[in-house]
Design a protein around this ligand. Sequence first.
Ligand code: SF4
Length: 364
Amino acid sequence: MSESEPMPVHALADRRRTLRRSSELVTAGLVAPDKLAEIDAVAARYAVAVTPTLLDLIDLADDGDPLARQFVPDGRELDSAAGEGPDPIGDDVHSPVRGVVHRYPDRVLLTPILHCPVYCRFCFRRARVGGAEAALTEAEITAALSYIASHPEVWEVVVTGGDPLVLPAARLRRLVAALSAIPHVAVIRLHSRVPISDPERINPAVLDALTSEKAVWLAIHCNHPRELGPAARAACRRLAAAGVPLVSQTVLLKGVNDDPAVMEALMRALVANRIKPYYLHHLDLAPGTGHFRTSISEGQAVMRHLRGRVSGLCQPTYVLDIPGGHGKVPVGPVYLHADEVEDWQGSKHSYPPASGVAPGRSSC
Ligand code: SF4
C-alpha cells in the first residue's frame, strides 16, 4: 500500500491486542458506531473478547460473517426466551464440590478456570465465564482432586472451563500430573478453543504440560471451516506431533454452520487437520441465544447431508444435553425403522431382506 492510500479500518485496530471494550469493537469496524450503547449493555451482562487471531479471520465486508457472528456481541443477547436459563444443562445439581460436576458414573468434569481468550456469544456457561469467579483457588483444586481420588469409579476427567489452556503452563503441568497420579484415572480430556482463538499459546511449555503417561486427549471447539486458519492449523500440527489425540466439538449455530455444505466443509477440514469430529451439539438453552438456535429437525437434515457424502471419519454424533442435568443423548437421524433400513440417499430397504439383495455400494 502506498502512503497516499487510506489505511483500511481493519488495520487501524491494534491487531495484537484482544478487544474487550465496545469502543474497541467500534474502532476495529466490528460494531457500527450507532450500536455502541446497545453493545455496552450486552457487555455489561456477558464477557466480551475477540483475539487478534480471530479479528484477522473476520471479513468486515460481510454483514453476516460467520466468525463475527460467533464473537461480536449482538443486542439480541439481551432478550431471553422461555426455557432459557443460566444453568441450561443442569451442572449445579451434579456438583459435589466447587469446580467438579459428576453427572455420569465413570467421568467427572473439572473446571479449574472460568476465563477464555475469546467469549462465544452462544456459550452455555455464559452466565459464569469471564466474571468474578475466575479460577479455583489452590485449596479448591486440592478439594476437587481429593474428590476424584476418593471415587475409584472415575475413569476419565474432562478438564473444561472456561478454557483450561489459558492456565499458566506450570499450573497446567501440575494439574495434569496430579490427575495422572490418581491410579484409577486413565484418561484426561481437555476441552479448549485455544488452538483456534489463540494458537500461539500452543507452545513448547504447554505441549510439555500435556505430556503424561496417562492418555491426554484434547477436544477442540470449532464451528466453521474458516476458523482453521494458518495459525490454528499449525497449532494442531504441533499438538498432533506431540502425541496428543485430537477430537472436535461443534455447536450447531444458525447463520454459522447450519448450511449443510458449510458443515461438510468443516468436517472435512477437521479431519484433514488430524482432528476426529466427535460431537455436534444442539444449542443449549443459555440466555439470549435464541438468534443462534435451529430446530432438531434442521440439525438432523444437516447430519443426513453428511451421511454417505463424507467418510465415517468425518461423522460427528449429533447430541442434545437434556435440560435439568439428565445428560447427553444422540438425537439422530435414525435410519432403522421397524422392518426397514434407509440408505444415505433416502431409499428404504427391507431388513432382513425378503429375498435376494439389490446391488449397491457401501460407504466406508
Ligand atoms: S471458549 Fe468455550 S467456555 Fe469459553 S466462551 Fe467459548 S464456548 Fe464458552
